[in-house]
Design a protein around this ligand. Structure first.
Ligand code: ADP
Length: 633
């Protein structure tokens, strides 16, 4: 780009929408713009410091890396500068004209839902820069990428478009020049700026300096001089001892790190010394990030080596089932030029990761009952994944699990369940399904209810997988009430049961023949009391709602055939037996068996294949029954 050319670019539609909302926001807490811009500057310095490890020539002018704030009361501008990594023209266009992260739509929606447009959310959604328009009606960005001689100026009033042109800048880095709105000139006040920086950015690693007027004495003369004064603590918070750090300091640091606007739900600050030395500072956000359940969702903590920022979202340091944990780790032992490849194959990292898991669990276990509740509703399903992946901590994790219960209000834990177990109860029983309402009235629970056994009602898709990992708790096996070999007590089949089996043999064969396309097997049940039939899982089978979920993703998945169980003591079964005995070809028996099958599906909350056929048959049956009743009355 030559010096003369000035190009106009249109904002991407998403950006325009964000800007419109920001510009028109009635939100009173406009000061957050400073936190966002200082945070961006701090990141830019971190990135440069890291690159300068191998390319020291990138840092020009010999100046220390710092963030500088300057007020011009005549021009009514506030400028936030850094001598960090800077941006090329192309980066300017992409970073400040489009949105890199998905999630803008979600941001806009949440903004719409919140009272008076709580733009505080802005940083979390990766659009923090635009908060500048809370206080400015024009923003200019003058920036020069480290390693390049050419600087560029980006400029926009935040409406439709922005311009980019060539510019000059003494060294690498970025100036964000805010032309303050008339009613926002309060931000020209030095004390206000000091106060905000102290509050929001005290413990970021780099100094924040303010241009101030100092009066110097020269003999009898007083002379006014401008100089830079450091206005933040500028020492890495995590290097201090926990006793020396106040709650608010942790909170503000957390907000700086995560762009969250609320304080965290919990934190854990630890130092490990010995064969290895590292410091960790971990947080759990109050609200889950929107990408918590997206496969490409970001996770991991920020990695520092000897206080040098190395990378964000370092996944190697935390397992995926702890992907809600935020924070940082600062190692004394990793090499500064550490790469992803080194991280993946490093015994140092393995040690750190172990500690991170342990400390994260400490942090979760130390939550108050109230906080644990909100923790669980936000992250429960994610933590359950740990049962599958973390055999070493299975016991600890199991104690943190919570489930709905067939006999209790609210959520219950496994230790509480075990305390309530009946004397003759051999296992921890559970049933899986899409929701509590569907699951709790399922026929599969009948025999357990009769015995007073509690059943855990599992309604997360991950439960299947998690219980497979868990298998047992406190020496008691976990058993699904849908399992084909569910045995509630050691029962010997007595003579009369065997007789009944023989009597029903003909009907069982008939049912098998009628339903052969749908089911794998038919047999008598000991788990039913009120219902005539139910469907159970063959060994290793999937709960039906999960099968449906998986089929949504893969339509070719073969259909699983289940086992139909018949209640030998049910009146209807007895009547069907008699009908079948009289006429082994009876069409009625065939039809009614199909109705029973559909009914079994409905009772467990599964859809039926041909609802119209089912409803026609039910209407026929009702018509017949009604006719009979009206003719006898
Ligand atoms: P986020 O910082 O969450 O990515 P922002 O809207 O705040 O979102 O910033 C967008 C991008 O612009 C940043 O990711 C960064 O690449 C770039 N950027 C912003 N400020 C600076 C700066 N002071 N120096 C260098 N790059 C910057």
């Amino acid at each position: 780009m030559t010096e003369e050319t000035k190009k106009t670019h249109k904002f991407e539609a998403d950006v325009s929408q964000v800007l419109r909302l920001v510009i028109n926001s009635l939100y009173s807490n406009k000061e957050i713009f400073l936190r966002e811009l200082i945070s961006n500057a701090s990141d830019a310095l971190g990135k440069l410091r890291f690159r300068a490890l191998t390319e020291p020539e990138l840092v020009e002018g010999g100046a220390d890396l710092a963030i500088r704030i300057e007020v011009d009361r005549d021009a009514h501008t506030l400028t936030i500068s850094d001598n960090g990594i800077g941006m090329s023209a192309e980066e300017l266009e992409n970073n400040l004209g489009t949105v890199a992260h998905s999630g803008t739509q979600e941001f806009l929606q949440r903004l719409g839902e919140s009272k008076d447009g709580d733009v505080n959310l802005i940083g979390q959604f990766g659009v923090g820069f635009y908060s500048a328009y809370l206080v400015a009606d024009r923003v200019e960005v003058v920036t020069r990428a480290a390693g390049s001689k050419q600087a560029h100026r980006w400029s926009s009033d935040g409406h439709e478009s922005f311009t980019i042109e060539a510019a000059r800048r003494m060294e690498q880095g970025t100036d964000i020049v805010l032309h303050l709105k008339e009613d926002q000139r309060g931000f020209e006040d030095e004390f206000r700026i000091r106060d905000l920086v102290k509050r929001y950015s005290d413990y970021i690693e780099q100094p924040v300096e303010l241009r101030v007027e100092k009066t110097a004495r020269e003999g009898d003369d007083k002379k006014k001089e401008l100089e830079w004064e450091r206005i933040n603590e500028a020492s890495a918070l995590w290097r201090k001892r926990p006793q020396e750090i106040k709650d608010e300091q942790y909170s503000e640091f957390y907000k700086h790190l995560t762009h969250d606007f609320e304080p965290p739900l919990a934190r854990k600050h630890f130092h490990v010394e010995g064969t290895q030395e590292f410091v960790g500072l971990l947080f759990i956000p109050k609200r889950p990030p929107m990408d918590l359940f997206m496969p490409e969702g970001r996770h991991g903590v920020r990695l520092y080596v000897k206080r040098v920022f190395i990378m964000d979202d370092c996944e190697e340091l935390l397992p995926r089932w702890l992907r809600f944990v935020r924070g940082l780790l600062d190692s004394e032992d990793l090499p500064l030029n550490v790469s992803r490849e080194i991280l993946q194959d490093s015994s140092i990292v393995r040690t750190i990761r172990k500690q991170m898991v342990k400390r994260s669990l400490d942090m979760i276990e130390s939550l108050s009952e109230e906080d644990f509740k909100s923790f669980w509703s936000a992250y429960g399903p994610v933590l359950k994944e740990g049962l599958h992946f973390e055999p070493d901590h299975k016991e600890r994790l199991a104690k943190l699990m919570r489930y709905e219960s067939s006999t209790q209000e609210g959520l219950v834990s496994l230790p509480d369940y075990v305390d309530r177990m009946k004397e003759n109860q051999k296992a921890i029983y559970y049933m899986q399904g899409a929701s509590r309402q569907i699951v709790e009235h399922s026929p599969h629970l009948e025999a357990l209810k009769k015995r007073g056994f509690e059943v855990l009602l599992m309604t997360d898709a991950v439960d299947q997988w998690a219980t497979e990992g868990l298998q047992e708790f406190d020496g008691k096996p976990l058993v699904s009430v849908m399992d084909s070999d569910l045995q509630l007590e050691d029962e010997e089949k007595d003579e009369s049961a065997k007789e009944r089996e023989d009597e029903l043999d003909g009907l069982v064969k008939r049912v098998r023949q009628v339903l052969q396309d749908n089911i794998a097997e038919v047999r008598l049940s000991s788990r039913l009391t009120d219902s005539p039939v139910c469907l159970v899982l063959p060994e290793g089978g999937l709960p039906p709602y999960l099968e449906r979920l998986m089929r949504l993703q893969n339509a070719d998945m073969p259909r699983q055939k289940r086992i139909l169980e018949i209640n030998p003591d049910h009146e209807l079964i007895e009547s069907l037996r008699a009908m079948n005995e009289r006429d082994a070809e009876s069409q009625d028996v065939a039809e009614w068996v199909e109705v029973l099958y559909d009914q079994a599906l409905l009772a467990e909350g599964s859809p039926i294949e041909q609802p119209s056929r089912f409803s026609r048959r039910l209407t026929n049956l009702l018509t017949e029954a009604a006719q009979r009743r009206s003719s006898t009355s």
